[in-house]
Design a binder for this molecule. Structure first.
Ligand code: ADE
Length: 247
């Protein structure tokens, strides 16, 4: 069971967003658990306030250190003999999230996501609790909740049992730096477009060769950056198998 704790001012957004479809089913089957923690529940302010003006002036309000720290302390109880739980801070200043990162994070048993809102969070608490600042891309959102949901989705589908077809988490886009090949379902002809002949042939060797070819062409056209990586890897593989043949 992979445990996700999300520290946020909008727990219902995260809880609802992750309760449907594949992730909802994964939670029901106890393959993952989603624990959305309301930072506001931990404020020591009488009026439930969690934000204040920034020193030095400037636009907007900042989330204060105290409620964030106490919310983190409530979930980050280190289990005996285990390393501290990683705290991922959703921020445009973080390392850019990728499939590789999703795969790596899926190896953890537990993760804490810290979602900022307003103009951000007091730097001192970030320094004390965050282990990994992560961005989901070069654009600015109003809060960390959507980025946390994006990451939890991508990580969860790498957890064994979450996807019906165990294979599909690993064999698709990005795994080998290739995009997926096109796919077709019934009918055989739609809007005058026919399903490629080879897919009806039943010849799986031919089908696989066609799919690889399609993946390669697509990647070359749409993602030349990925295609360059793919070609580099292929070169290394060819070299290694050539060496093996000597012995
Ligand atoms: N918070 C605001 N924008 C973000 C982004 N692009 N990635 C992660 N967290 C964010």
């Amino acid at each position: 069971m992979m445990k996700f704790h999300i520290l946020t001012l909008f727990p219902e957004m995260v809880q609802q967003g992750l309760a449907t479809s594949i992730l909802g089913r994964a939670a029901e089957k106890d393959l993952i658990s989603i624990d959305a923690v309301n930072i506001r529940d931990y404020t020591q302010d009488k009026h439930g306030k969690v934000d204040d003006y920034t020193y030095g002036g400037g636009a907007g309000m900042l989330m204060q250190a105290q409620p964030v720290y106490d919310a983190w302390k409530a979930v980050a109880k280190p289990a005996e003999g285990k390393k501290p739980v990683r705290v991922l801070f959703m921020s445009p200043q973080g390392k850019t999230f990728s499939q590789e990162m999703a795969k790596e994070l899926a190896q953890e048993e537990e993760l804490i996501f810290l979602c900022g809102h307003y103009e951000g969070i007091d730097e001192r608490v970030i320094e004390e609790i965050v282990t990994d600042p992560v961005s989901i891309g070069d654009y600015v959102l109003t809060g960390g909740e959507l980025p946390a949901m994006v990451m939890i989705d991508a990580i969860s589908r790498m957890v064994p049992g979450v996807l019906k077809n165990e294979d599909s988490g690993v064999t698709e886009s990005f795994q080998e730096n290739l995009l997926e090949y096109p796919q077709y379902s019934r009918p055989e002809e739609w809007h005058g477009k026919k399903v490629p002949e080879v897919l009806l042939s039943g010849n799986h060797k031919k089908i696989n060769a066609w799919r690889l070819e399609q993946s390669e062409r697509r990647t070359e056209e749409r993602r030349p950056d990925l295609y360059a990586k793919y070609q580099e890897k292929q070169k290394v593989i060819k070299k290694l198998s050539a060496k093996k043949r000597i012995f």
